[in-house]
Design a protein around this ligand. Structure first.
Ligand SMILES: [Zn+2]
Length: 206
């Protein structure tokens, strides 16, 4: 191998390794679990879910979220391993930067909820992301869901702007709305309502 070829090979290797380290570092920073690991406080287990707080939380809003959790369908709660309550709105991970802050966020089976404010759908929305994850990304892979999404995506944004653009967000938001406002959903988007009603009922017998 000539010297110049060696130089090119070495330079390429350095670039590849640096890029790899960059990716790893990005992953670390975007993992909330790691960020909260040191400041977290374990509150106990509720409905089979480990509950943690990270930083100072708004007790009132946390209680309201826990009330939602108390009444949430078991098919959802069993897909969640941990819930972290935080004091401020969540900074979205690096790969989503530019999207600002969120009231809730889900990574795998771990849910993060802000107690800065309370919305009756937020915890349910996040639990549906965990459900989606546990069931092999239904929002991407289910043919039946794709049909429901295509027909329902123009209906849901009436209630929640923008989520209709993303199947995974539509899945989480529409699912949550079928629980928080079943009557409205059954009228406005009957196919969506039927899909989620069946989805949550199907597992009860298994
Ligand atoms: Zn979401």
């Amino acid at each position: 191998m000539s010297d110049s070829v060696k130089k090119v090979v070495r330079l390429s290797l350095i670039i590849i390794v640096s890029a790899f380290i960059g990716i790893l570092f990005g992953q670390l920073v975007s993992s909330y679990e790691l960020r909260f690991m040191l400041s977290r406080e374990y509150l106990g287990e509720y409905r089979g879910i480990e509950i943690y707080t990270a930083g100072s939380v708004n007790e009132e809003n946390m209680k309201l979220h826990l009330q939602v959790l108390k009444e949430a369908p078991e098919q959802l709660t069993k897909c969640v391993e941990r819930i972290y309550f935080t004091g401020t709105d969540l900074e979205l991970p690096v790969q989503d930067s530019g999207m600002g802050k969120a009231l809730g966020l889900t990574q795998g089976q771990t849910v993060y909820l802000s107690t800065e404010s309370f919305g009756s759908y937020v915890a349910l929305h996040e639990m549906f992301h965990a459900y989606d994850y546990v069931h092999g990304d239904l929002s991407e892979n289910s043919v039946r869901f794709q049909r429901v999404y295509e027909r329902g995506k123009n209906v849901i944004p009436i209630f929640a702007p923008n989520v209709g653009a993303y199947p995974a967000e539509f899945f989480a938001q529409a699912g949550a709305m079928c629980i928080t406002m079943p009557f409205e959903m059954s009228i406005a988007a009957p196919e969506v309502y039927e899909y989620f009603t069946e989805l949550l009922a199907a597992e009860e017998t298994s």
